[in-house]
Design a protein around this ligand. Sequence first.
Ligand code: NDP
Ligand code: OXD
Length: 313
Amino acid sequence: MTVLLSITGYPSKTWLDALEKALPGRRIVTEPTGASDPGIDYAVVWKQPEGLLSTLPNLKAIFSIGAGVDHVLRDKSLPDVPIARIVAEDLTGRMSEYVAWRVLDHHRRGFAYRAQQAAGQWNERVQPAAGAVTVGIMGLGELGRDAAEKLKPFGFKLAGWSRTKKQVPGVACFAGDEELSAFLGTTDILVVLLPHTPATAGILDRALFAKLKRATPFGGPILVNAGRGGLQNEADILAALDAGTLLEASLDVFQTEPLPATSPLWHHPKVFVTPHAAASSDPDALVPLIVGQIEALERGEALKHLVDRTAGY
Ligand code: NDP
Ligand code: OXD
């Protein structure tokens, strides 16, 4: 059995080491041998070169090393084999830490206090109670539901939006295009944990920001996007921040990554930038899960966490 590891834009050595450790005696390669390598059974990928996987006649499955699969599906010549993504306590926990961190920083007026500290100002800001604030989560999947659970103990009001209707205790659940405006109208802090699909591309735009609750306890709505950069229109975010349609934003993902040095987002006083680091994929935690999936498939069992290619996630 041979596994192809194809990772671009991301250090791959730690993944290679972890795969070799977890699959002793098996062949792990980082590129096919020849144009049409018949020996490769499985591909473990992040942004694999387009067309690469279609050259492998005996490929049985593709494994994304992340929760998202837009980086896999952008290759329009993918072979017709199952694609599985990561669903893991480790990755989910990291994302919920990021969400709690950003929501609490905005809620506790981190932007205002950092600016005041820089100016040497002692000035207590109005601090709304958590119970007076609604955190609206776009995407009530593995990550969105866990983030909601982790925010609950602080006492925030919670809302969530998904494609199909969900029942999550303590979360006001909205679904579909028809309920998007109602969801946005209840939201003070918008947390985005959607996948990037044809249906969600560019969804975070001027029109959407205008539907967020205006009279929030902070004086305007706040955006936190850790989903994908392709969800957001960055010119619209900047215009909304400058017009006050958005008060502040925390962005972990960008239309172009790394974020170009010329982007005004880097230096905007109302923007907090992290380098697509909200929930890193840790090979030590995730390789055992991928190897477990390969072993299950070899025993004739079904793969878990399969991707619906038509829906795009
Ligand atoms: P899931 O597939 O478990 O959840 C996706 C959620 O989005 C579901 O609730 C789904 O609805 C909803 N959704 C999808 N399309 C639409 C739509 N058109 N309209 C409304 N809702 C929609 O994914 P995860 O929670 O595991 O991950 C979410 C995303 O987070 C990933 O795809 C990835 O892009 C991003 N991510 C970012 C990381 C980072 O470090 N910044 C790390 C890991 C992930 P339904 O429930 O009805 O299917
Ligand atoms: C992922 C990511 O999809 O890290 O897991 O972005």
